[in-house]
Design a protein around this ligand. Sequence first.
Ligand code: ZN
Length: 315
Amino acid sequence: MRILNHKIGLGESVQVKMDFARLNTRDTIEVPIIVERGKKDGPCLLLIGGVHGDETNGVEIVRQIVAKGLNKPEIGTIICIPLLNVFGFINQTREFPDGRDLNRVFPGSDKGSLASRFAYHIMKEVIPHIDYCIDFHTGGAQRFNYSQIRIDEDDEEILNLAKIFGSPYIVYSKSQERTFRRSMVKLGIKVLLFEGGKSLNLDKTVTKIGIQGAINVIHELGLKDFSSKIIKTNITNQPIIIKSSKWIRAKHSGMYRSDVSAGQKVAKGLKLGSISDPFGDFESAFKNNQEGYILNSNHAPVVNQGDALFHIGFE
Ligand SMILES: [Zn+2]
């Protein structure tokens, strides 16, 4: 296996540093790519976080997997990139310094924007080795995602892997053009996109579910025997499969209080929350109009008319 001119043999552990983009101070930015190969050849799994620079919980999941040594396979290869968008992480923003969302410029171009060049090099240097990927994300801004795996519909193998991952929800969502997931799916790579938590936040429950999911998948792919650590899904902890979903948006601007939490099943007619002015004059409650599950809940205390408040999924 060759990544960025490093030859990595069976049984080897190597940390390769990707450094083809610089800060505007001319300082080099290095993105560590941690490659662990088993003694026998086999499938290659990529665990990646921080495609969006402010999605710290995804970074934390991959960081802990590396720190705990869970990324050392007996067979095949595990590649960990805990933090892809180092630029965004430094600035605590989702985007690249050029304002671009890395996850909207794939597969990238070597003559494009900074983000686009970054995407291009990842696609050229790392992705050709990959068979399976778990891409760890969080909700944007204050929008808290209950732990869920997003997959394309109509792929039995990926649905099976999503069930083995074992997050509470599996959400069918077609990958959009120019996303990292879409570019990988087009190459035949099996991609699980994990969503859990919100930006600039660490949530221990979400982290635990993400790490456990990775352990379950590593075991299932035969990369490492985690018999003592895996949690099998059964009738009581089977993920709920969400086939469609919608966003509920704020009808007014103002101070916002929610009455329900992410992960909760909500009946038709249940009060979801209320919006008021800050002065005690105006208050408006709103109700749920279709039974479903809260996949995402906005934790912002003040919202604008039209802001996404809840993402509700339906079986
Ligand atoms: Zn993201």
